[in-house]
Design a binder for this molecule. Structure first.
Ligand code: PLP
Length: 497
């Protein structure tokens, strides 16, 4: 015969003046604790709802509600005609089941929590690990010390004073209109982008733009072409959307357009970083830009143009965007303020072909709804009052000088190990290991002296064509960068002597 439990439950509820819902949760909590601590064990029968309600002086409905919830959670099993029993411990999966269906489908209540295969894939791929501090040689990191934080503080107070509580309300999913207009003006004058302000969508990051592209434009199994090596954030977002990636090699002129087509099926879109390719730093030549547009028109495919830090070009004027080379209907353009200003800002933008605007805004409402309104309003004032342009000018000078010193130091201290070309722009430099030196080994040597070497390997799909590192120079004061190089060179020399 099954054991029947009753005793301990009788003294559970001290204060009965609580509301019914509080008593229900209190009763659940106590029963859970009694089960978890082993006071009542597997298969033991609990009092009937009627007798427990009578003993505790509470309503039968209250007991019924508590039992039902614990059944849903897998703590109890209710058997019609014979009573309520403690479930076997290994059936208890969680206090919040992932799927709750009709109360009649007990199987549904017992669903073991597991990830969807998409969730498993995302977990396996590891996501993106953003660096939270600056140290040699994290890649693609801007200098935050130079940001005019006092100006930002004053603008924030002023914007709050002027707009008052209005900025605390929900905002437009497409973005704060005055900011969209400033972005539009900036892109039209500086990047040759051709669009209306209505084609601009404000987001929190380029990464979000890539996820949105994944949700809105990619069906599982679609082929998406991507530069190889290329930006891992794009790779991960497109894979998470269920696409097949087609790696396309990059040469001195950028992506090799004639290699984009795939024999398996039409390529839906190609992701490129034309201003300076990530990570090689090469600029997509004008001939290739035209070829890419021709390809997109002929195949009806899209170009995803990630113009992530085009502001930072040091030796010549940047080439205008691909988006502006024709009517822009084949290009989804994206840029970010998180590199130009500061990473925690979380503001970026897309310029969409007219036919895609509505669907992207609608899809965006299912993500985070909108970007923070106050931050958008402050950024609007920052741009309008000329601080944005001034900051870019200042940073371009600073990064230019740092890049030159960095390259000099590389040649002086690391020339025996790596081959590196001066990048025409950006925040990092690709360094290729000379024959006889291995990526993994060099990373371990650097780590032993407290230096991080971001590898090129993780940016390749398949076997890397070249081994090496992507070293960030923009955020590092030159003396910090140089002394890290001296340390690294010594550690390498000690190992390879
Ligand atoms: C090519 C490229 N695009 C986008 C980003 C990320 O920008 P955000 O912080 O706005 O997602 C990065 C960051 O390193 C990048 O290298």
């Amino acid at each position: 015969m099954k054991k029947q439990f009753s005793g301990a439950l009788l003294t559970l509820l001290g204060d009965r003046s609580n509301s019914d819902s509080t008593i229900v949760s209190e009763l659940q909590r106590h029963i859970r604790e009694l089960i978890s601590s082993g006071v009542i064990g597997d298969d033991e029968r609990l009092p009937s709802t009627r007798s427990l309600a009578r003993d505790l002086g509470i309503s039968r409905d209250t007991v019924e509600a508590a039992y039902q919830q614990l059944d849903t959670e897998g703590y109890l099993v209710r058997k019609t005609g014979s009573g309520t029993f403690v479930a076997k411990q290994d059936r208890i999966v969680s206090s919040t089941p992932r799927i709750v269906q009709s109360p009649n489908t007990r199987e549904a209540h017992q669903t073991i929590i597991s990830l969807a295969s998409r969730g498993e894939d995302i977990l396996r791929a590891g996501g993106i690990v953003d660096q939270t501090d600056v140290h040699p040689f994290v890649a693609a990191m801007p200098d935050i010390e130079t940001f005019p934080i006092e100006v930002w503080r004053q603008l924030t107070s002023r914007v709050i004073r002027e707009h008052g509580h209005k900025l605390l309300m929900y905002g437009d999913a497409q973005g704060y209109e005055p900011l969209r207009i400033e972005i539009w003006k900036y892109l039209a004058t500086r990047r040759g982008v051709r669009c209306d302000p209505d084609q601009v969508l404000v987001l929190t990051s380029s990464q979000q733009a890539l996820s949105l592209i994944g949700t809105t434009l990619v069906d599982p199994g679609d082929i998406m072409a991507i530069e190889n090596p290329g930006y891992h954030g794009a790779k991960l977002a497109l894979l998470a959307a269920g696409s097949f990636l087609k790696p396309v090699s990059v040469d001195v002129e950028g992506i090799i357009v004639s290699d984009i087509n795939d024999s398996r099926a039409p390529v839906r879109a190609v992701y490129v970083t034309p201003s300076h390719q990530y990570p090689t730093g090469v600029t997509l030549s004008i001939e290739r830009r035209m070829e890419l547009l021709d390809w997109a028109h002929q195949t009806g495919s899209l170009i995803i143009e990630d113009d992530y830090d085009s502001e930072f070009r040091y030796d010549s004027q940047p080439l205008a965007s691909i988006q502006g080379l024709d009517d822009g209907e084949q290009v989804v353009y994206m840029g970010t303020f998180n590199k130009v200003l500061f990473p925690s800002l979380r503001l970026a933008y897309m310029v969409l072909p007219k036919r895609l605007v509505k669907s992207f805004i609608t899809a965006r409402t299912l993500l985070d709804g909108q970007a923070p309104l106050l931050t958008q309003a402050v950024l609007h004032s920052f741009i309008l009052e000329g601080h944005f342009t001034a900051h870019i000018r200042r940073m371009r000078q600073l990064y230019h000088a740092r890049r030159d010193l960095f390259m000099t130091a590389i040649r002086q201290h690391l020339n025996a190990y790596i081959d590196a070309e001066t990048p025409p722009g950006g925040l990092s430099v690709a360094c290729y290991l000379r024959d006889g030196f291995e990526e993994d080994r060099s990373v371990a040597i650097a780590k032993s002296v407290g230096i991080e070497l971001p590898t090129l390997r993780r940016l390749y799909l398949g076997e890397p064509a070249r081994n090496g590192w992507l070293l960030g120079f923009a955020a590092l004061p030159p003396q910090v960068a140089e002394s890290a190089m001296v340390k690294l060179s010594k550690a390498m020399a000690d190992f390879y002597k």
